[in-house]
Design a protein around this ligand. Structure first.
Ligand SMILES: Nc1nc2c(ncn2[C@@H]2O[C@H](COP(=O)(O)OP(=O)(O)OP(=O)(O)O)[C@@H](O)[C@H]2O)c(=O)[nH]1
Ligand SMILES: [Mg+2]
Length: 474
């Protein structure tokens, strides 16, 4: 299984030797901190004069949330995160006095903004993380413990990575177990006690593929190949049949990978921050995925920042703050109702001045209506591109595997406007209809980048078509 984030490898640090991060990130736009505060304030003030919110309309099946017609508040950035690393480190090895360069600009900026805000309003309930809390495990090569593994040999690191891969592979296989039963389990049953392959067998096969949610179009395409194989006597037993189906599935994934962004390596390593925007209807697993991604990308040795641009739902920011805290990744958030584009603008500025490697942007799954949501996403993309060339570098559409074909229909709405570059398929562990991955690749013609296999922070894997096909038929 592939590493989570390949743009900057652990070896870079090991070869360069050190905890000094400067050599590997000298490129990119110099930090523009000169008048951050005034720029952000100007922007947010302009946005606060925006027209009042319209009445909400549901997107998808769920009822819409009530709108609080509160005026857009003044900027109150709250910075959370920088909790201890997810890898447990003995307290004795933590160095409270270690330089915490990454926190400093934000704290300073936030203080400046707070001061400006206090002038306008006497009460400023600002939630900031005191710098003293920002204790990070040391990355010194002289330490006995290092998050980058500097204290361990190459062999130890390789063995550790191999063990990790094996664990993820096993977990992925478990997640697709129910789909495997629906699909290859049923194919085995179809073949049992049959002396010859006939039309009735192909009909039963059709049923099996559709019930695993491969979709009618995909199923028909696969069965055409199967029929031809049977006619040419190339398919005579269950193994040959499974191999033919597997081959077709792999062909569909490989065709889809020609579009969108297949890998983060497609973006030059001099582009920082790498901006990842996460979109999708409500409840599909966007926020959870961001938590998981942040943790894994950070674990590969990157500086990650999260932007809480879902300002529509009251609890959205709090939920993200919990993930940020849990993964030790800083978060930029503002009050509910703030223009998401303003939060993004703020986050992009912060990411640039901190020289963050990756900025992950959470977005709303639902706004007042579908058109509004799409317009908002478009605006955010425009702002991202203006601040960081080429951003967002990836726009990942999250689809809930449990919703199957319905999810696919909703996804099409996003494809029209959001310029999606890849898919995250969540909750694969919760369904026997994991064949939806094939239907997605076939019908949306985009690469599946990641797959959610549970609710825990490490329940996300890089999608590997071969592993998926092996999981279903192996
Ligand atoms: N089993 C399982 N549950 C998941 C997975 N990913 C997310 N969930 C659960 O799905 C639910 C919704 O996840 P969220 O991350 O809040 O979804 P969201 O898209 O951010 O939702 P909104 O903010 O309302 O738009 C939560 O209960 C998650 O724990 C997964 O891969 N497997
Ligand atoms: Mg969310």
């Amino acid at each position: 299984m592939a590493l989570f984030w390949k743009r900057k490898k652990k070896e870079d640090f090991i070869t360069l030797g050190l905890n000094d991060r400067t050599p590997v990130r000298t490129e990119g736009t110099p930090a523009d901190t000169s008048n951050d505060t005034s720029a952000i304030e100007a922007r947010v003030t302009a946005e606060s004069n925006a027209p009042a919110l319209e009445a909400p309309a549901a997107l998808g099946a769920e009822p819409s949330a009530p709108i609080t017609a509160a005026p857009v508040p003044v900027l109150e950035p709250a910075i959370t995160g920088s909790a201890p690393s997810p890898a447990p480190v003995a307290p004795a090895l933590l160095t409270p006095s270690a330089p915490v360069e990454v926190e400093q600009p934000l704290v300073e900026r936030s203080t400046a903004i707070n001061a400006a805000s206090s002038a306008a309003s006497s009460q400023t309930p600002i939630q900031t993380t005191p710098p003293a809390r920002a204790v990070v495990p040391t990355r010194s090569p002289f330490a006995t413990s290092s998050v980058l593994g500097l204290n361990r040999s190459m062999e130890e690191l390789q063995a550790e990575e191999a063990a990790l891969e094996a664990a993820y592979t096993a977990r992925f296989r478990r997640a697709v177990e129910r789909t495997r039963d629906t699909l290859s389990g049923r194919i085995d049953t179809i073949f049992q006690n049959r002396k010859q392959i006939d039309a009735a067998l192909v009909d039963e096969l059709e049923e099996a593929l559709i019930s695993a949610d491969l979709g009618v179009t995909t199923t028909m395409e696969i069965l055409d190949v199967v029929r031809r194989g049977i006619a040419r006597k190339q398919i005579g037993d269950v193994e040959a049949l499974k191999a033919a189906i597997k081959n077709e599935i792999l062909g569909i994934f490989s065709k889809a990978e020609a579009n969108g962004v297949k890998s983060e390596l497609e973006v030059g390593s001099d582009t920082v921050p790498y901006v990842l925007m996460i979109v999708g209807v409500n409840g599909v697993g966007k926020t959870t995925t961001i938590g998981k991604l942040a943790q894994r990308i950070k674990a590969e040795g990157n500086d990650v920042l999260i932007c809480a641009a879902d300002t529509f739902r009251a609890a959205a920011s709090d939920q993200l703050a919990i993930w940020a805290e849990r993964t030790g990744v800083p978060l930029i958030q503002q009050k509910q109702g703030t223009d998401p584009a303003a939060v993004l603008f703020d986050s992009l500025k912060a990411a640039k001045s901190r020289r963050s490697d990756v900025l992950i942007v959470d977005t709303a799954g639902r706004l007042h209506n579908k058109a509004h949501l799409m317009a908002e996403l478009e605006k955010m993309k425009r702002i991202a591109g203006r601040e960081v060339p080429g951003a967002p570098h990836e726009t990942l559409l999250v689809i809930d595997a449990v919703t199957g074909q319905n999810g696919l229909e909703q996804a099409r709405q996003f494809l029209k406007t959001a310029n999606v570059t890849g898919i995250v398929l969540t909750k694969l562990d919760g369904t026997a209809k994991g064949g939806i991955a094939v239907a997605i690749a076939k019908e949306l013609n985009l690469p599946i980048r990641y797959v959610g296999i549970g609710e825990r922070v490490d329940d996300l894997v890089v999608f590997d078509p071969q592993q998926y096909a092996d999981g279903l038929f192996g």
